[in-house]
Design a protein around this ligand. Sequence first.
Ligand SMILES: [Zn+2]
Length: 219
Amino acid sequence: MKYMEERKKIVETFRFLDRLGLNAGRSGNISLRLASASENEEDLFLITPSGVIKRQLSPEDILLVNKDLDVIEGDKNPSVESPTHMAVYKARSDVKAIIHAHSIYASAFAVVRKPIPPILEELVYVTGGEISVTEYAQSGTDDLAKNIVDALGEKKAVLIANHGILTCGKDLDDALEVLISAERTAQVYILAKTLDVPKLVPSEVMSLEQELYRLKNME
Ligand SMILES: [Zn+2]
């Protein structure tokens, strides 16, 4: 079976997310854009199947697909959110990995449809700034895919209205770091609000961190 190392990494990541309470049950999905051997060759992707309890995934369950979601290797159906992943890959050539999760604190923001504000310098450096929320659309629809691309922009994370969060990056570790940072910031915000009014990172520091974010991602 091809791409065994990448498949194992997806499986390990889901077990890690489950242990940390960042995802649970059948929810969530992960995909990777695989490096094509030559310019003439089309991009291939690994994506998790639908309907499987994610901590029980095995490397063989993960599907190898092309951009039209034709299954090249695997006997399950690609995640219902696959069109969303493909829309992000199409819009962002820099994105090589995507994680979609139903983490609790980010989902709380998604339910009230409020962005996660830049209250920690770390969030700006890791994700690109405030994490916006999509317009509402039902799971698995083309409208949702479009809304996610629009709200994501050039950043690495977006809240999905009444649903969860999607993060992306130059590899799976990058997308995972973004998810952890977004979830921690959401949690800190909610706790901080019980103490007093949370303050934003000062605008000059925001600009500096955003510049560092841009430089980091040009490497
Ligand atoms: Zn979902």
